[in-house]
Design a protein around this ligand. Structure first.
Ligand SMILES: [Zn+2]
Length: 197
């Protein structure tokens, strides 16, 4: 999966790469929810600096193997996310979307804090790939009711309207993208245009 199409109703759609979406999502999560995570862009073996797209491309689909492949030294390594939580900097494992969703199966009755305590790698990987646990659970067809939406979301998201796709803002906020799009149009803000188009 090299990219994803974000639908904007019947006539418009834009394409963002997976790595561009992930970067925008982590910026939104920091600004909106104070959730602080960043992929570590380095191979453990050869120390080369990697692109986020290299890491995403190097993941395999085996839910039990969370490593990625370095395009330079061709060795597999465990990618990491640098997180800042409770004023401490902690490295957790960066899992691919598949591995993250696989772990979340049958966990919908656990509170977000419990999931973070039990498996911080899954918690932060889920936020990176899906914007919220609610959206991650939705991908496996489960309604997750234990995560709080953003208070006063309309005021909080206004500075980001048009600077990120409505869909990404919605994922990180816990409301539908239609509501985000309606707010953006009401305020007369043009939709986000991908730089890569
Ligand atoms: Zn390497």
């Amino acid at each position: 999966m090299m990219g994803m199409t974000l639908s904007y109703g019947m006539h418009q759609s834009i394409k963002l790469t997976q790595s561009h979406s992930l970067t925008l999502r982590t910026e939104l999560l920091l600004a909106l929810r104070g959730e602080n995570m960043k992929p570590v862009l380095k191979c453990d073996h050869c120390n080369r600096t990697l692109e986020l797209s290299d890491i995403l491309k190097g993941f395999n689909r085996n839910p039990l193997d969370t490593t990625s492949l370095c395009p330079y030294c061709k060795k597999r390594f465990q990618p990491k996310l640098l997180t800042v939580y409770n004023f401490g900097r902690v490295e957790v494992q960066f899992w691919c979307p598949n591995q993250t969703l696989n772990w979340l199966k049958d966990k919908e009755l656990r509170h977000p804090d419990t999931i973070r305590r039990e498996n911080a790698s899954v918690y932060y990987s889920a936020l990176s790939h899906f914007g919220s646990l609610k959206n991650a659970f939705k991908k496996i067809g489960v309604e997750y009711a234990l995560e709080q939406g953003l208070d006063h979301w309309e005021n909080r998201v206004t500075p980001f309207l048009g600077k990120a796709p409505d869909v990404l803002i919605a994922e990180c906020t816990g409301v539908s993208y239609q509501r985000v799009a309606a707010l953006r149009r009401k305020l007369g803000i043009d939709k986000f245009e991908s730089e890569e188009d």
